[in-house]
Design a protein around this ligand. Structure first.
Ligand code: GCW
Length: 672
């Protein structure tokens, strides 16, 4: 028995709960499950091999034989299943009988089968029975991308989970098995593209040395359906090519990019294309030469077009020449270019008009450029929501943008703009700035894994609810105990609003400290450019607070469709959680509740702190149900969050009180 016990101890140690396995925590195989459960019909492509390997690794209890077969395989066509609508990436998974034998069939294209395999595993891991399976789905958005802000020196810009996963030094020769695990995790969600390097791009990423490294990663990711893209530095023809200019209208520049693209495609035949941050925060771009963003994007698009590549051109621009309202600039610059972009260009727009704040109204460019495919860019990494430490489940943030009513062409949702259905675009895309690093649990905390997961699930189907995603993630991550699940889901669902409450409620934004963006700094007023200072955004003084974006102020409301602009023009019809984004109001302004703006603001800060305290109590209840490693780390992080929620509240309230000289409302807890 002693031997047995120590073997058991070894097995437990090997399964240490350090979060490495993410939501793919397959149970170790038992003796009765060792028979090969998978048959692959037809050609054994690398993608089908990857799908089969995943099934063998998971070997779900009670499932019985699984067959992976193309939708046009005679064994499948004979069943007359509804496969016609699956498209290139959809799947159908069904319990059927083939040759008199019951079998779980996974069908579609190669890629559909890969995604169907993961859907089947998810289905079973979320408590479904292994019989009478009937799953079918196809993605709504074509390109479901991660953007890594990974620098070539291993530092991840705004990354809080260790260093870059890409070990550029040992690539391309050493192919860390972790790269495969990264691809498996993404494929399990349907993510099909990854931009390897930071949008603040270094030109070295386009040198032969780095192209070879990117090619090695592309080889590893290919069986998992993931294409590699690179961020391109617009001035590369000068810095790498020795040309005198990077002017997109110069034929020598266009020829340089065409040759560079040919070179990349020789190494990576299915290279996805380029992502570009141009003329923003010091990056070079076409505006340096008097050319437009469309001129720049189209020149690059022509270079990759012969190879089927695309260009993702970011709309995140703001210049110091027009400090009137930074939030207006992307619209002002891009809206007039609608219709001028080449067919293989997608304009990538942050979810809000400013910069990934805990809450922003959706970006006015969604719905405003019907002749251009528009991709939303979300930040999965929590630059403004407490880094890796604070618990903030972001599906409600992502979903809030995706389901927002643009008031264009009827009441089209942002999701209908970005999936291409509203304006019948062939291309559609969605991007998430990754929160992944080389830390053992990939994302710096257990709950941050949920943000990667939720982003991927929403990219596949923007209509999924944050609650449903939280539940399926929690089941796969922590287990199916109902009490545990209810608690974890409740914590997740309350978490993002808590961060909004203690950092900047009622539509306030950009109140963070300089540089690190972690703590409060609403008083900061001395930075070089006006729009870098928090005081520029809240505009608080003795009389009131908020940014007037109506016709008496910056007029940004006019960038929204008329029906919505009308609602935003009046504080009474502006959603309360966006109030101070659009309006400058007296501290004594009466809210719908009858309470003053000041008292309501204080209530929100207090509520944020109280919610975090509740998260801590709720987590205590899960202690017997979660392994000690993951439980302990989360518990300690929640203690940090509770302390820092108070820091945000107390610092912010002290500052507002120094301006308005108002007392705290009766009953509000005094600052610690
Ligand atoms: O939010 C800001 C970040 C920068 C980032 C920039 C962008 C990559 O602070 O770190 O640069 O946005 O999105 O380009």
């Amino acid at each position: 028995w002693y031997l047995g016990l120590s073997l058991l101890a070894c097995a437990t140690a090997a399964q240490a709960e350090d979060g490495y396995r993410l939501w793919m925590r397959y149970a170790p195989a038992t003796a009765s499950q060792t028979a090969d459960p998978v048959t692959v019909r037809g050609e054994q492509t690398p993608m089908l091999a990857a799908a089969a390997a995943e099934l063998r690794r998971a070997n779900p209890a009670g499932l019985g034989p699984v067959m992976l077969a193309h939708a046009n395989d005679p064994a499948v066509t004979a069943l007359r299943l509804p496969v016609a609508t699956l498209g290139d990436e959809g799947y159908l998974v069904r319990s059927v009988t083939i040759d008199g034998r019951p079998v779980t069939l996974v069908t579609g294209t190669d890629r559909g089968i890969l995604y169907g395999t993961f859907a089947l595993l998810r289905h079973l891991a979320t408590g479904a029975a292994p019989t009478r399976i009937d799953l079918t789905s196809r993605p709504r958005v074509g390109l479901r991308m991660l953007n890594h802000w990974d620098n070539l020196d291993g530092v991840v810009e705004r990354g809080y989970a260790g260093r870059s996963l890409w070990d550029w030094w040992t690539l391309p020769d050493y192919r860390d098995p972790r790269y495969t695990d990264y691809a498996r995790a993404n494929a399990s969600l349907g993510i099909n593209g990854t931009v390897l390097n930071n949008v603040n791009a270094k030109v070295e990423s386009l040198t032969p040395r780095y192209i070879a490294k990117a090619a090695a990663l592309a080889d590893i990711f290919r069986p998992y359906g993931i294409k590699v893209y690179l961020s391109a530095r617009f001035s590369a023809p000068v810095e790498l090519g020795g040309l005198k200019t990077a002017n997109p209208k110069d034929p020598a520049v266009a020829a340089w990019w065409a040759a560079k693209s040919d070179e990349i495609y020789r190494a990576i035949p299915d290279f996805g294309g380029f992502l570009v941050k141009a003329n923003s925060e010091g990056q070079p771009g076409p505006r340096d030469y008097g050319a437009s963003h469309a001129d720049g994007a189209n020149m690059l698009a022509a270079a990759v077009r012969p190879h089927g590549g695309i260009v993702l051109w970011r709309a995140f621009v703001y210049a110091d020449t027009d400090p009137n309202d930074r939030a207006k600039q992307a619209y002002d610059e891009f809206k007039p270019l609608d219709g001028q972009f080449a067919k293989n260009v997608i304009v990538q727009v942050k979810n809000g008009a400013l910069d990934f704040q805990p809450r922003e109204p959706f970006h006015p460019l969604f719905g405003a450029m019907p002749r251009t495919p528009i991709a939303p860019e979300f930040q999965i990494t929590k630059e403004y929501l407490g880094f890796a430490t604070h618990l903030a489940y972001l599906a409600p943030l992502f979903s809030e943008t995706l389901t927002a009513d643009t008031h264009t062409r009827g009441h089209a949702r942002v999701s209908q703009v970005i999936d291409g259905s509203l304006d019948r675009h062939r291309l559609s895309a969605i991007a998430g700035v990754a929160n992944i690093g080389d830390s053992r649990d990939w994302t710096g905390s257990s709950f941050n894994q949920a943000n990667w997961y939720a982003y991927g699930r929403l990219a596949w189907d923007p209509s999924l609810t944050p609650q449903a995603i939280a539940r399926e993630w929690a089941m796969q991550t922590f287990g199916t105990d109902p009490k545990l699940l209810d608690t974890v889901v409740a914590m997740m669902m309350a978490s993002r609003e808590a961060v909004v409450d203690y950092t900047g409620p009622l539509g306030l934004a950009h109140l963070m400290a300089t540089g690190h963006h972690y703590g409060p700094g609403p008083w900061v007023a001395d930075l070089k450019r006006p729009e870098w200072n928090p005081v520029y955004y809240h505009r608080a003084d003795a009389a009131g607070i908020g940014f007037d974006r109506t016709k008496t102020g910056s007029k940004a409301v006019a960038q929204y469709a008329p029906g919505l602009a009308k609602l935003y023009a009046d504080p009474k019809t502006t959603p309360e959680n966006e109030l101070l984004w659009f309006h400058h109001l007296p501290w004594t302004y009466r809210m719908a509740s009858g309470a003053t703006l000041w008292d309501t603001l204080v209530q929100h800060y207090d509520r944020g702190v109280a919610t975090v305290d509740t998260l801590r109590t709720q987590w205590q209840q899960t202690k017997p149900l979660v392994d000690p490693e993951r439980w302990q780390k989360t518990d300690e992080f929640l203690a940090v969050q509770a302390r820092e929620a108070r820091w945000w509240r107390d610092a912010s309230l002290s500052y507002w009180m120094s301006l308005n000289n108002l007392p705290l409302p009766a009953g509000s807890p005094p600052p610690a």
